[in-house]
Design a binder for this molecule. Structure first.
Ligand code: GLU
Length: 355
């Protein structure tokens, strides 16, 4: 009797669920999954090759087909946008990806987007989307440190977790997220901090939350403006101004700095310590600032804030400073800030404290 009861209860549940799907009462979320390559699309000669393999060879539908669990959480619409390592991403790729993400989110049926890419430059793509996508719907950027073919690959679990995060209503309005290794990071803070470990992604103030058994658990939100409250829309950007990063080291030659400064509209100077600039380089960068190049002092240390008019007279030299943005995040932010023109230094400076 009890066996019969269980069986019929289960059938009833299944029938009720099917009926409610049909009636549109309970629908699986629709998630667009965009593939661009990277290790998550990679393949090695054997399972033992966890660090040496070919990147960007599996198509997004092949990757998803090998991971049926994701389809149980959402209706997936796969699309291959690119098939390249993310070290090749240029501004034109960021714009193309951003416009496609934006168009996907405009579809009223779509609940969120998952973007798969190589982990090398996830921090830049995610931050660019974080500042230029005009939607509350979740956008999750995901990659993996080991290809699907490797022993203990993180590809399937990261991708599954990304779909779970994108499909869950609690992820709305949080800006762009990066999911890896059970953690949910904000695009604002996250950076790749290891060249090979599974635990490669780091946010200086910790992740926003975790994915536990396929459900996001959030513990904090992002304090700075993003997506809907940011001033840029990727749909209205056709190109980005040239902003270069110059990395400080003892023998950095003035001529290299001069050559870059003669081409760029903006320079992020990844200085030593608190964004310090050697005297001989400072002279070149002060002249560049006088000519209208926007120079932002950042730090090569990997964390911390840069103090305006602290060790360096920024007002006098016409320089900007980052708040706590890494040189790579600062480059993305300065490119966007320069879209409004290069004249107003105070407005540019305010961007580093606002975003
Ligand atoms: N260098 C490749 C890329 O960024 C592979 C790195 C990775 O995905 O982990 O696409």
């Amino acid at each position: 009797m009890s066996r019969f009861f269980c069986f019929s209860a289960r059938s009833c549940n299944t029938a009720a669920r099917a009926a409610s799907y049909i009636a549109g009462m309970k629908k699986k979320p629709i998630i667009v999954v965009l593939g661009t390559g990277g290790t998550i699309a990679g393949h090695g000669a054997s399972a033992a090759h966890v660090a040496a393999y070919t990147c960007s060879v599996l198509a997004i539908d092949e990757i998803m087909a090998a991971m049926p669990h994701a389809a149980s959480r959402a209706d997936l619409r796969m699309e291959q946008l690119l098939q390249i390592g993310s070290e090749n991403f240029r501004n034109e790729h960021l714009l193309m990806i951003g416009k496609r993400v934006s168009a996907a989110l405009e579809d009223v049926e779509v609940d969120g987007v998952v973007l798969t890419q190589g982990t090398d430059t996830i921090e830049e793509t995610a931050y660019f989307l974080h500042l230029t996508i005009k939607s509350e719907k979740p956008v999750v950027v995901v990659g993996s440190m080991r290809p699907p073919s490797a022993m203990s690959s993180d590809a399937a679990l990261n991708l599954y977790a990304a779909v779970c995060a994108a499909a869950h209503p609690s992820s709305r309005g949080k800006g762009v997220l990066v999911v890896a290794n059970d953690e949910i990071h904000t695009a604002r803070d996250v950076s790749k901090a290891s060249s090979f470990k599974l635990e490669a992604f780091h946010s200086p103030y910790g992740p926003l939350g975790y994915i536990v058994e396929g459900l996001p658990r959030y513990y904090r939100t992002v304090a700075r403006d993003h997506t809907l409250s940011a001033e840029w829309s990727v749909d209205q950007i056709e190109s980005l101004p040239r902003v270069d990063i110059i990395h400080a080291y003892g023998e950095l030659d003035e001529s290299v700095v001069e050559a870059i400064a003669s081409q760029a509209r903006g320079i992020v100077y990844a200085g030593t310590g608190n964004g310090s600039i050697a005297r001989r380089i400072a002279a070149v960068l002060a002249q560049a600032a006088q000519r209208g190049v926007q120079v932002a002092r950042a730090s090569r240390t990997g964390s911390g804030v840069v103090i305006r008019n602290g060790a360096q007279p920024d007002d006098e030299r016409g320089w900007l400073v980052v708040d706590d943005q890494s040189p790579y995040k600062a480059r993305v932010l300065l490119m966007l800030a320069l879209l409004g023109g290069i004249g107003d230094r105070a407005a540019l400076q305010a961007c580093f404290y606002r975003y």
